[in-house]
Write a protein that binds this ligand. Structure first.
Ligand SMILES: CSC[C@H]1O[C@H](OP(=O)(O)O)[C@H](O)[C@@H]1O
Ligand SMILES: Nc1ncnc2[nH]cnc12
Length: 295
């Protein structure tokens, strides 16, 4: 058993969480640059917690410029085991209405202007993201949302777009009718891929704010309306988070789905061909398999 540490990455409209014991905003430095903001650490019901506002307090970073690698590295460096993303999204399903939560389990990654891996020349690795979210963590999020009285749907495909502009009507219809996507947002990729590379369990709770631009009765996306719905969603998200420690517990068995061992057979580069400078940067993310864990 290892000690659980739950991180919440708060998306648009969620810049803090309340109720943490010993709450402290901490500056964490990483070899990948500065994270989006300081990280709030503390405990909830005896379970260690961390909170990171994805866009920074005051919403400084755009979906493209969020420092995804620094964020995931910083959480790993702090000892986080489980990452829960709480994000705003548009809905492609009539029955996934604004105010509902969706525990996403698949992604289609249409982002193109972001660094997507910790690995590269000098240390090449290929992890599986066939199942990009952790079923154990997703089930806990679903249960917590249900217990908090939230209308929550289990499973769904999240289309990750580059943004920052919203989709055209033609794109929205293609994602919905042609590709079978359920929700759309701008941030869960490459975040989920990087969490897998860092051997962290990752679950995504997408909070519906709008019907994107496909719906004949709802017009197109409008930020004013999104922010109005987001304010209510943020309170629900905080209620869900308060229930997670009780469901996950202070000690955790190895992930039954292998998230925490994702790098076991992933590194391709021969030991004598590895770049020492890159290996040093990988101390937190891949220290378990490279034998240079620095955290
Ligand atoms: C405020 S609407 C668009 C914005 O909201 C979502 O952010 P996040 O995923 O961090 O909650 C969406 O992905 C866009 O970045
Ligand atoms: N319709 C939408 N498209 C992309 N990101 C979003 N975030 C909230 N609503 C969205």
């Amino acid at each position: 058993m290892t000690e659980t540490m739950i991180a919440v990455i708060g998306g648009s409209g969620i810049y803090e969480i309340d109720g943490l014991e010993d709450a402290t905003w901490r500056t964490v430095e990483t070899p990948w640059g500065a994270p989006s903001d300081q990280i709030l650490t503390g405990a909830l019901g005896g379970v260690k917690m961390a909170f990171l506002p994805r866009h920074g307090r005051g919403h400084v970073h755009s979906p493209t410029t969020v420092p995804y690698r620094a964020n995931i590295d910083a959480l790993k460096r702090l000892g986080v085991t489980d990452v829960i993303s709480v994000s705003a999204c548009g809905s492609f399903r009539e029955e996934y209405a604004p105010g509902d939560f969706v525990v996403v389990d698949q992604f289609i990654d249409r982002t193109f202007a972001r660094e997507k891996s910790f690995f590269g020349t000098g240390c090449v690795a290929h992890v599986s993201v066939a199942h990009p979210t952790c079923p154990r963590l997703g089930a806990a999020c679903f249960e917590a949302a249900r217990e908090a009285g939230i209308t929550v749907h289990r499973g769904g495909t999240y289309l990750a777009m580059e943004g920052p502009q919203f989709s055209s009507v033609a794109e929205s219809k293609m994602y919905r009718e042609g590709w079978g996507c359920d929700v759309i947002g701008m941030t869960n990729m490459p975040e989920a891929k990087l969490a897998r590379e860092a051997e962290l369990c990752y679950a995504s709770v997408a909070m519906v704010t709008d019907y994107d631009s496909w719906h004949p009765d709802h017009g197109t996306v409008d930020v004013t309306e999104i922010i109005r719905v987001l304010t209510g969603n943020a309170d629900k998200a905080r209620a869900m988070v308060r229930l997670l420690p009780g469901l996950l517990g202070a000690d955790r068995a190895p992930c039954p789905h292998g998230c925490d061992r994702a790098l076991d057979f992933a590194i391709m580069t021969a030991p004598d061909k590895r770049d020492p400078a890159l290996l040093a940067k990988l101390d937190a993310v891949a220290g378990r398999v490279l034998g240079n864990a620095g955290h």
